[in-house]
Each structure stands twice: as structure tokens, then as C-alpha cells.
Design a protein around this ligand. Structure first.
Ligand code: ADP
Length: 479
């Protein structure tokens, strides 16, 4: 049984729930505490009390804590990666890579704690000087999704603490194991009690408790569009700061002049790896007519060779879908696309039990062709290994199609034309643009985020994270 962590103490939840392995439903990882609203408020109490001390901690104290957490994550990457793969269903190499990333993020923000600086200017008035400094905003609520159970918490927790905030962390219901393991490491890092609190629990109960608590100065959220929009309204109503990362319907444009191997690799990597469960996944493959047939044939060839199996198995390319509910959503979209006239070129069915020796949520990645951009399959985020090809005339048609979406997270192009690559970087309506690299897969020292319906608020990651986790003060001195 794993407990919540509040005020520096492990506390039993109001309830407990099992954490089930999506690769093998017979495997229960452990039972995890579920906070109710009262316990979530206790966590806010603890974080509020701890803020006085942590907000004035020295850069060295912050560096030491974050660096220690980062070192332990890196040292235990194989073991923690196995836990992550077991509870979330991404493959072992992907999961170990994610834990490594989390460690790197803590190390990066350890350095940022030392580098925090301000400006000293002369006033326009004689004898007066002006200092511009950054201060922590207060208690922050961090609400995270299930698809990156280590990396996303890391890229919210590390900057929150680096800039002197105190934290109440609410992970997604499906992945308490990674959240608990990360918390256990943080609990031994030297961080003063109450500065970091873990409340595992139901989104609909713990979430609004944090979002509506006047002592919570800001909410950093990654999750679905619907929840994000509710949260934005609630935060706006009480004047709290918020930062939202939500969905994507990311295009990958493939032009006639593309290197076919590069294009296919970008498509298969971004659309299907991590079981397509990434907000940066390429789900619309927008392909000019001269390369369309060759591209589709090559993608289908690659899809045939993918090994779909237990996430922890040797040589697995694609693990299971995260749970039964998400599998149902994926299958519904596959039916909707077919009903709208899309042609299923490959996959789209669950794997029979006799192809796996254990019960899991296995879906063969699906590729649709003959689709157009107005179809639901091209408008709405599926969040599974499902991609569709949209045939277009030329570059201009491709760019217009890529931008014709309510989302704007990551936009990719495969081309050998400097002219088109340069034009695309300038005109793609997305927070991140990828030329000859997959739309999914980003660095940790540069900003991450989108436009339009994908994101609201300031960027995450790199030094841009300071925008959300600090507030600026301008001080005038006459002497
Ligand atoms: P998904 O459908 O992908 O699980 P959600 O937006 O429901 O996406 O979940 C993302 C995170 O938001 C999870 O930690 C979840 O528990 C939390 N959450 C769900 N509902 C709410 C809510 N009403 N208020 C705040 N957080 C919520």
C-alpha cells in the first residue's frame, strides 16, 4: 500500500485503488492512496506554511535538492523505467528514456536556481535606481496526465521548486506508481517538510479542490481540452495564474522532394510509437500527390514489421493502449473514420488473445488513406496509434491543410527544399515546428508549448518556465 505525502509525512488516503498493468491485466503493481477533498486541503495547508521558508531559500539549497533528485533518477533509470513501462505501457527503452529525461530536467533546473537573475537600470529620475527581480508566485498546484508519468511531473515540479514555490502535485489516476516513486526520492532530498506534497486521487474531486482553493496561486496543467477549459474558467474567476497544455492534431507534411526514408521514419515514429499516446503525435500525414503512393506503401511496410507486445518484453516496438476506456475511444474513432469513407490501409484491430499469452489492451496501429481534412478523424484528437493520410496537390495546399485545425502544438515537414522548409517554419501555425525530424520528441532546455486550442498561458521548459513560476517585481530606490 502506497500513501500520500503531506507536510513531510506519509498519510493514508480516504480510499485506495489498485494499479493495473495494461500489458497484463492479471498483474497488480500495488494499491495507491486516494485523497478526498479534505486531504487535498491539508496538502495546501502544508504547502502554504512551507512557503515562508522555501521562498527565501538560497540558490545553493535549491540546487542541492534538485541536483540530488536528478542524480537518483539517473542512477535508478532502469528500475524506474521498468515500473513506468509496467504501469503505463510504453516500451522499456521509451520508459528508461523518459526517466533519464526526468533526471536531466531536475539537473537543468538545479542550474537554473543558481542562474536566476534580474536587471538593474538607472531611473529616468536623478539619483534613483530601478531593480527588476523575479519572485516565486506561492503555492502551485501541478496536475498531470498519464502519458508521461515521470517527464511531465518533472518539468513542472523542478522549475516550481527551483524558483522558490511550494507544490501540491496531483498525478493522473492511471499512473500513481511513477508519481509515488518520484515523491519518495524528493522526500529524501533535503527539501523542508511541506514544500512538496503528493495527493493521488480522482481528478473530479482533488482537481477542483486545488483549482478553487484561494491559497493556490497558480495551476500548471497538462491533459484534455475539456478539463483544461474548465480549469481556465475557474482560475480566471478567482484571478489565479494558469498554464495549460492540452491536445494536438499535429500535421506532418510530406513533399514530393522529401527523402522517403526520413519521411517514413518521421511518420512511423511520431504516429505510432508510445502507442500514439502523445500530444505531439503526428496524426495527419499530409502528402503531395507525386510521392503519395510510394509513401503509403513504405509506411505500411514499416507498420507490418512493428512488434506489438508486452511493454516490458525484448524487442517490443509498440506496447498496449493504456486502459480499456482509451482502447474503446480508439476503436470508436476507427469506426467513425470508416463510416465517413476513409479507407483502412492497415491495422485498426485488437490483437487476439492467442497472439499474446496474457490479457492486455493491444491495438494494431491503424493507417487510413483517402481522407480529407474535414473528417472527424482529422479534426479531433484520438490519442492512440491511429493516423490518416490526406492527399494534397502541392506545398501551398499542404501548408493550408496543415494550418486548418483548431490545434497548434507541433507541426512537421519532410522536404529537401530549403525554400519550403524556411517558408514552413515561418508560416506553420504551431508552437513547435519540425523540419525532417518527428513531430514528437523534444529537447528539455528549450520552450515547449502550442498555440490555438493546444495551449494557454506561458511556455513550459527551459528558462521560459520562469514566466509561469515567478512574478516580476520592479523596485525603485532613491539615495
Ligand atoms: P485524460 O482524459 O487524458 O485523462 P484529463 O484532462 O481528464 O485527461 O486528465 C488530466 C489530469 O487532470 C489528470 O490528473 C486528471 O485527474 C485531472 N483532472 C480530471 N478532471 C479534473 C478536473 N475537473 N479538475 C482538475 N483536474 C482534473
Amino acid at each position: 500500500m502506497k500513501h500520500n505525502f503531506i507536510g513531510g509525512v506519509w498519510v493514508q488516503g480516504a480510499r485506495a485503488v489498485p494499479n493495473i498493468n495494461p500489458s497484463d491485466q492479471r498483474d497488480t503493481i500495488d494499491h495507491y492512496a486516494q485523497a478526498d477533498s479534505a486531504q487535498a486541503r491539508d496538502a495546501v495547508d502544508a504547502a502554504s506554511q512551507a512557503f515562508n521558508a522555501w521562498s527565501v531559500s538560497t540558490p545553493q539549497q535549491r540546487f542541492d535538492v534538485l541536483d540530488k533528485v536528478g542524480s537518483e533518477l539517473l542512477a535508478r533509470r532502469t528500475e524506474l523505467g521498468d515500473l513506468l513501462a509496467r504501469e503505463e505501457g510504453k516500451t522499456l527503452p521509451e520508459a528508461v528514456g523518459e526517466v533519464t529525461r526526468a533526471g536531466q530536467i531536475f539537473k537543468y533546473f538545479a542550474g537554473e536556481a543558481l542562474r536566476l537573475s534580474g536587471d538593474l537600470l538607472q531611473s529616468i529620475r536623478p539619483g534613483v535606481s530601478v531593480e527588476v527581480t523575479r519572485e516565486p508566485i506561492g503555492v502551485v498546484g501541478l496536475i498531470t496526465p498519464w502519458n508521461f508519468p515521470m517527464a511531465i511531473p518533472a518539468w513542472k515540479i523542478a522549475p516550481a521548486l527551483a524558483y522558490g514555490n511550494t507544490v501540491v502535485f496531483k498525478p493522473a489516476e492511471l499512473v500513481p506508481g511513477s508519481a509515488w516513486a518520484l515523491t519518495e526520492i524528493i522526500s529524501r532530498s533535503g527539501l523542508p517538510a511541506g514544500s512538496f506534497n503528493l495527493v493521488m486521487g480522482r481528478g473530479a474531486e482533488v482537481g477542483p479542490t486545488l483549482v478553487n482553493d484561494p491559497r493556490v496561486a497558480g495551476i500548471s496543467f497538462t491533459g484534455s481540452v475539456g478539463t483544461g477549459q474548465q480549469l481556465a474558467q475557474a482560475c480566471t474567476a478567482r484571478g489565479a495564474k494558469f498554464q495549460l497544455e492540452m491536445g494536438g492534431k499535429n500535421p506532418l507534411v510530406v513533399l514530393d522532394d522529401a527523402d522517403l526514408d526520413v519521411a517514413v521514419n518521421c511518420a512511423v515514429q511520431s504516429a505510432f510509437y508510445s502507442t500514439g499516446q502523445r500530444c505531439t503525435a503526428s496524426s495527419r500525414l499530409i502528402v503531395t500527390q507525386g510521392i503519395h503512393e510510394r509513401f503509403v506503401d513504405a509506411v505500411v511496410d514499416r507498420m507490418r514489421s512493428l512488434k506489438i507486445a508486452n511493454a516490458r518484453g525484448q524487442g517490443t516496438d509498440i506496447g498496449p493502449v493504456v486502459d480499456e476506456r482509451q482502447l474503446g475511444i480508439d476503436l470508436d474513432y476507427i469506426r467513425v473514420a470508416q463510416a465517413e469513407g476513409a479507407k483502412l490501409a492497415f491495422g485498426g484491430h485488437t490483437m487476439e488473445c492467442d497472439q499474446q499469452d496474457h490479457p492486455g489492451f493491444y491495438l494494431v496501429p491503424a493507417l487510413f488513406t483517402e481522407t480529407h481534412n474535414a473528417m472527424r478523424i482529422n479534426r479531433e484528437e484520438v490519442f492512440g496509434p491511429v493516423a490518416s493520410v490526406i492527399r494534397v496537390r502541392d506545398y501551398d495546399d499542404a501548408l493550408a491543410t496543415a494550418n486548418a485545425t483548431p490545434f497548434g502544438l507541433s507541426s512537421g515537414i519532410a522536404t529537401t527544399s530549403l525554400k519550403h522548409a524556411t517558408h514552413f517554419k515561418r508560416h506553420a501555425q504551431a508552437g513547435m515546428v519540425m523540419v525532417n525530424v518527428p513531430t514528437a520528441g523534444v529537447d528539455y532546455h528549450v520552450p515547449f508549448g502550442g498555440r490555438k486550442g493546444s495551449s494557454m498561458g506561458s511556455r513550459e521548459q527551459g528558462r521560459y518556465a520562469a514566466e509561469f513560476f515567478t512574478t516580476v517585481k520592479t523596485a525603485y530606490t532613491f539615495c
